[in-house]
Design a protein around this ligand. Structure first.
Ligand SMILES: *[C@@H]1O[C@H](CO)[C@@H](O)[C@H](O)[C@H]1NC(C)=O
Ligand SMILES: *[C@@H]1O[C@H](CO)[C@@H](O)[C@H](O)[C@H]1NC(C)=O
Ligand SMILES: *[C@@H]1O[C@H](CO)[C@@H](O)[C@H](O)[C@H]1NC(C)=O
Ligand SMILES: *[C@@H]1O[C@H](CO)[C@@H](O)[C@H](O)[C@H]1NC(C)=O
Length: 762
């Protein structure tokens, strides 16, 4: 035994000696501490990762250098690193696989650089990483899958970037994440499944973004979250059940533009302990239902009216021993006084108390009437201007003419629900800082030439729910920054050809729920850069083969809820980068061979549900392969589906509500289900013996290609009694997808916007 030990010892010595001999000396421009195994090379204008440092180094500090690109495999020669700091090093690009080999790294700081894009494989190999700092970069887009390898990450800091949109599954794979910081971005849209699967997450920071509505669906996925920071978002309203977070304890909704909060807003968040409502525009607060554990509520900085409508709140908070910090702003005798100090009997609604109200009988549920207060510096009549938020609102004021006289710094101008009928020339002159203009629901039928002149920074224009049937291109003169245009729910029977030619930056065009019948040749002329086109809910029954001949950059095309009878394969030929195609709710009975070939190289999400689809040819999906990530086929009349064998990286598949015939013809589906580890909702209708049975539970005896039957296998245990609605792909051993041609897009990537015009209003 001792002999063996001797040999082992000798080998150790040899090994150590070898390391010593081959260890690189410390580069002259770095400082190496051989005891702590740390190397520091601060502000030395280094342009490449110094790999000629001692191989045993654990900590490498490279702050303040000039490393523009981190190439693939840059750290392979120094694999023992546990801490790596690359702050302020002018990094612009992280190539895919840049950190490969750093399987011991637990801390990576990439803050204060110029990174714009996170590739799918940017962080491959960092299998022990616990903290990833990406704050203060220029990240506009994160590809779903970018973090799939970071199974031990507990803190992800993405604050102070340029994110506008979070797509579904963007944080997939972060199985141990505790806190994600997204503060100080430009987020205005969060996809419903953006936070799906993050069961360990405790804290989320979304403060200082551009969320106009509480992202209820997306946040309700965070079932373990205890703290949510949402302050400084331009939200005006929290509706019934808008906060559905079963574990939430601390909620920060301060410094927003809240004018009204439903008393049922938090009913589905029973653990709430503290709500911070400071610095909003709340005039009244009702007792909040469902909050048995609430102990603190802070309403300072709101123009609270201490009248009879605050009495229930006072009684409720005192009875439940809630520490409520409320300072009265009206009526004048109580101004500056805390609600606590006002006797309930003095909280009155008699004439005297209401002298300052415009409306003698305000409805507490819709409190938030505009008033002329001292803190309103300059604002159009009948409108509310909130200087610190750079917001102005004249929503639903019965206005017949577009008002003028807003503070010049206004960024968001909300005029929805008035009766303007027309937008005359230069209606918004002088509003050179407005980024977002809301004109929904204003009975508008005409946009005069030069209507938006002066709105030089306008990016979002909401014209939904009006009566526009035609647009002269001159209407958009002077707003060439316009990126998102909402024309849904108007009266278009055609796409107004040429109307958008003065909008070179148009990225997303909403035309859903009009009455467009067909798309003719060259119909999209002039908007070559369009990426997202929404045509849901029109009457489209014909699409010319050359309808989209000029929109080569289209990524999303929504053609659902129309009258198409076949997949418009010819028209789709000019869409080499199409990623998402929705054809749901058309009446397409059959999908033929090669139907998706033109976009086979790019398509990721395909919606073919609710169509009455009876047959999909065997070659219908030809060309589509591992790139496809979701496939929706539910609610059709399919008895069979073609082979899905090439779909190795599918994350979502829905075959629900199809009358599948579970004979040997479907054995391939069963085999595929087993091989991909997906939970697939697919139920047999035939043969009668198997009606109602899950495809995965059907034995498929004696089918060709099946392994010879084993001697009587015991009945298959049910793996899962309640399948989750969104089946997910477990990491499968398939090879990684090829690096994508993203460089061009990374450079020109535009901020992304709301994917639908659905808006939560009272
Ligand atoms: C780095 O470059 C800057 C500007 O070129 C120069 O002023 C500075 O002295 C350099 N620093 C080092 C450590 O070489
Ligand atoms: C409520 O907020 C104000 C302003 O942020 C702060 O000064 C005050 O201490 C808070 N009250 C409580 C009870 O925390
Ligand atoms: C698209 O078709 C229209 C109408 O036929 C034509 O005027 C235009 O030049 C075409 N554009 C391209 C890029 O082929
Ligand atoms: C799967 O991909 C291979 C290689 O691209 C192709 O030959 C085959 O036809 C595909 N199978 C199906 C069912 O589409």
């Amino acid at each position: 035994v001792s002999g063996t030990r001797m040999v082992t010892c000798w080998m150790m010595v040899c090994l150590l000696a070898t390391i010593e001999v081959f260890a690189d000396p410390c580069p002259s421009f770095c400082y190496c501490d051989n005891i702590k195994h740390s190397v520091t090379c601060l502000k030395r204008n280094i342009t490449e990762i110094p790999i000629s440092i001692p191989q045993s180094s654990k900590k490498l500090d490279l702050r303040g250098n000039t490393i523009k690109v981190i190439p693939t495999g840059a750290f392979l020669p120094i694999p023992y690193l546990t801490h790596l700091n690359l702050q302020k090093s002018e990094i612009e690009k992280i190539e895919e696989g840049a950190f490969r080999g750093l399987g011991r790294l637990i801390y990576l700081n990439l803050g204060s650089n110029s990174i714009t894009f996170i590739y799918q494989e940017s962080f491959d190999g960092l299998s022990s990483l616990q903290q990833l700092i990406l704050e203060k970069n220029r990240i506009e887009e994160i590809k779903p899958g970018a973090f799939t390898q970071l199974g031990f990450l507990n803190f992800l800091n993405l604050a102070e970037n340029f994110l506008v949109y979070l797509p579904n599954m963007v944080f997939q794979g972060l199985q141990q994440i505790k806190w994600i910081r997204l503060s100080n971005n430009m987020l205005n849209n969060i996809a419903d499944e953006a936070f799906a699967g993050l069961v360990t997450m405790k804290r989320l920071s979304l403060d200082s973004n551009e969320l106009q509505f509480f992202p209820s669906d997306a946040l309700s996925r965070l079932t373990g979250l205890t703290r949510l920071d949402l302050g400084k978002n331009p939200m005006t309203y929290l509706g019934e059940e808008s906060v559905q977070m079963p574990s939430l304890k601390q909620l920060f909704v301060n410094n927003m533009a809240l004018q009204d909060v439903s008393y049922k807003a938090f009913e589905k968040s029973p653990k709430l302990f503290m709500i911070e409502f400071q610095n909003n525009q709340l005039r009244v607060m009702q007792p909040l239902v469902g909050l048995d554990q609430l102990k603190k509520i802070n309403l300072t900085g709101n123009p609270i009216q201490c009248n009879c409508y605050m009495r229930p709140f006072k009684e409720w908070s005192e009875k439940a021993r809630i520490q409520a910090d409320v300072i009265c702003s009206m009526p004048s005798p109580f101004r500056g006084e805390s609600l606590e100090a006002v006797k309930p009997i003095n909280l009155r609604c008699d004439r005297y108390s209401l002298e300052v109200e415009e409306d003698p009988t305000p409805d507490p549920a819709t409190a938030g009437k505009p008033k002329k207060e001292e803190d309103t510096i300059r604002c159009a009549e009948n409108c509310d201007c909130k200087l610190d938020l750079q917001h102005a609102s004249c929503e639903n004021k019965g206005l017949r003419k577009i008002p003028k006289g807003f503070p010049a710094e206004t960024r968001l101008l909300d005029m929805r629900r008035n009766d303007f009928y027309t937008v005359p020339k230069s209606a918004f002159s002088g509003m050179k800082n407005v980024v977002s203009l809301h004109l929904q629901n204003c009975k508008i039928n005409e946009l005069q030439p030069g209507a938006f002149l002066g709105l030089r920074k306008l990016i979002y224009l909401y014209l939904s729910e009006n009566e526009i049937s035609t647009i002269n291109s001159a209407a958009f003169e002077g707003v060439n920054q316009l990126t998102y245009l909402y024309l849904d729910r108007n009266r278009f029977s055609l796409i107004p050809q040429g109307a958008f030619k003065l909008l070179p930056n148009l990225f997303s065009l909403h035309l859903q729920y009009n009455s467009i019948n067909f798309l003719t040749e060259g119909t999209m002329g002039g908007i070559e850069k369009l990426r997202w086109l929404y045509l849901t809910g029109n009457n489209i029954n014909y699409i010319s083969a050359r309808a989209f001949n000029s929109t080569e950059e289209l990524e999303k095309l929504y053609l659902d809820e129309n009258l198409l009878t076949e997949v418009p394969t010819q028209a789709l030929k000019s869409m080499p980068v199409l990623e998402e195609l929705r054809l749901s709710k058309n009446s397409i009975k059959e999908v033929g061979n090669g139907a998706f070939l033109p976009m086979a190289e790019s398509l990721q999400h395909l919606y073919l549900d609710n169509m009455g689809l009876e047959k999909i040819s065997n070659g219908a999906f030809s060309g589509l392969g591992p790139r496809l990530r979701s496939l929706y086929l539910e609610k059709n009349k399919l008895e069979n589906v073609p082979s899905l064998d090439n779909f190795t990286r599918l994350e979502v598949i829905n075959l629900n509500k199809n009358p599948l015939s579970c004979t040997c013809q479907l054995f391939h589906l069963r085999r595929w289900i087993d091989s991909v580890n997906l939970i697939v909702e697919a139920t047999c209708a035939l043969p009668p013996d198997f009606r109602g049975k899950k495809v995965k539970d059907v034995p498929f005896k004696n089918c060709p290609g099946q392994a010879p039957e084993k001697p009587k296998p015991s009945p298959k245990p049910k793996l899962r009694s309640k399948p989750s609605p969104k089946p997910k792909l477990k990491p499968s051993p398939t090879p990684k997808s090829k690096p994508k041609a993203v460089s061009k897009r990374a450079k020109t990537a535009k901020p992304k916007a709301k994917s639908s015009s659905k808006q939560r209003r009272t």
